[in-house]
Unconditional design. Structure first.
Ligand code: PLP
Length: 459
């Protein structure tokens, strides 16, 4: 068995957590309409809801926060971030944003017109929703193996290049204002994309004069996978790999709450001066001036330091090693997960774990609810609650190919014994999985329904 890697840090500040009683958990769930997003965080014992903004900052980041320059325009903090941005990403222009979806919103508001098609390997939920909110149609062209949980392809996040080109030809490139790729592929298991595939994707987009944007929330984890899995990259530094990735693109957007290990922040970066002008105008209207973009100066400094720490070899070996350890322990105990383990999370295949629950009764929701009720663990459904939608023509429900529960690992937060506890709860749940029932939705909003939907158990 692969051991848990020793943490390349020690702990000098603690935050108490506690497991409330089974009755209190039952009551909390009823109050929350069985939506885990509606729970009070203090009623959660092990919170694997997301790795977004939940990481532990280092002493260097906290020190940088004290140096934050809160000038409205042209703050030192901005220039420190610009320096880091230049070294890692190398785009001509960037604006800070308060998080990833703000960058997506700005980009979509400028480039997406009704009827536009935006391809990607797989859009994440906020990107998907921001494109739809502007009347566009997000399309996923990930390789078919991404949907085969047991396929151990080392780059299961790859774009299906033929599918992408066929889509562009069918749509007409004039109806594709920009194209994306998500690294790593969060919605498809945190699976990496190879550098060769990123290059081929870039070539296809550019062949049709379509600007290529990288959703790079977890680019550092992706770089580590390239270094350890893709022939020819063993000897390159992670920074060199990052440089090589972003050279292929016309722009990128990032939620810094992921691989920049900050609690808030993001950016939108581009090469084109005219597009940058439009972005600046939109940013000033909605987020703030171009040198702070809705963040405090101190947030920019924490981001500048975190971007470098997130790309550190030892940190990433620990990070990816921890996720692999967790995945292997679940597999050993017969829990079906997407293999191989991704970067930031383990995705449990709820569709096959709870094969008796149909798509329409939300097997992922059922498993996520059970994990909380049994052990105070909070994960998140990534399946039909998040992605099922009626066909715009026929009105018939289109279900996603996989029903998953994502157990995301906050960065530098939980230790081996926390993860072992989660495995023990899974063992317990596995013993009575046949008794677990589905759910029905009582309320849902128009977009991103998983955040605020209310459910009732189908007992
Ligand atoms: C988190 C995430 C986003 C959105 O970022 P927020 O900071 O949550 O707004 C977009 N794309 C991917 C791949 C993500 O993981």
């Amino acid at each position: 068995m692969q051991p848990h890697p020793p943490e390349p840090f020690r702990i000098k500040m603690t935050e108490p957590i506690r497991l409330i009683s089974p009755q209190d958990r039952q009551e909390a769930m009823q109050k929350a309409g069985y939506n885990l997003f509606a729970l009070k965080a203090e009623d959660v014992y092990i919170d694997l809801l997301t790795d977004s903004g939940t990481g532990a900052m280092s002493q260097h980041q906290w020190a940088a926060i004290l140096e934050g320059d809160e000038s409205y325009a042209g703050a030192r903090s901005y220039y420190r971030l610009q320096q880091t941005m230049q070294e890692i990403f190398g785009f001509e222009y960037f604006v800070p944003t308060h998080q990833g979806r703000a960058a997506e919103n700005i980009l979509s508001s400028i480039l997406v017109k009704p009827g536009a098609i935006i391809p990607s390997n797989m859009h994440f939920d906020t990107t998907d929703a921001n494109i739809r909110a502007r009347g566009g149609d997000p399309e996923n062209c990930v390789i078919q193996e991404a949907f085969i949980a047991q396929s151990t392809n080392p780059f299961k996040g790859n774009m299906d290049i033929d599918k992408l080109e066929t889509l562009i030809q069918k749509t007409g490139p004039e109806n594709v204002p920009f194209g994306c790729i998500t690294i790593t592929n969060n919605a498809g298991g945190g699976q990496p994309v190879s550098l060769q595939n990123i290059r081929e994707t870039s070539q296809i987009y550019h062949k049709y004069h379509i600007p290529f944007f990288i959703d790079c929330c977890r680019y550092a984890e992706n770089c580590y996978f390239i270094k350890t899995r893709e022939p020819g990259y063993e000897k390159k530094s992670l920074l060199e790999i990052a440089n090589e990735i972003f050279q292929t693109a016309d722009g990128a957007f990032m939620s810094a709450k992921k691989d920049a290990i900050v609690n808030i922040g993001g950016f939108l970066a581009v090469r084109d001066a005219e597009l940058f002008q439009k972005i600046s105008n939109e940013l000033i209207l909605r987020e703030g001036f171009i040198t702070y973009g809705g963040l405090a100066g101190r947030d920019l400094d924490a981001m500048a330091v975190g971007l470098r720490e997130g790309l550190d070899d030892e940190y990433l070996a620990y990070r990816i090693g921890q996720t692999a350890y967790f995945g292997n322990r679940l597999l050993e105990n017969g829990i079906p997960i997407i293999e191989p383990a991704g970067g930031h999370a383990i995705y449990v295949d709820a569709g096959s774990f709870l094969a008796h629950i149909p798509h329409s009764e939300f097997p992922g929701q059922a498993l996520a609810a059970t994990l909380y009720l049994e052990g105070g663990i909070r994960g998140v459904e990534i399946g039909s609650v998040m992605f099922a939608h009626p066909d715009p023509q026929s009105g018939e429900m289109i279900y996603p190919q996989m029903e998953l529960v994502r157990l995301a690992l906050p960065r530098r937060v939980y230790t081996q014994s926390h993860l072992d506890y989660v495995v023990e709860i899974f063992k317990k749940v596995g013993q009575h999985r046949q008794d677990i029932h589905g759910y029905r939705i009582l309320y849902e909003p128009q977009f991103l329904r998983h955040f605020t939907a209310k459910f009732t158990p189908l007992a």
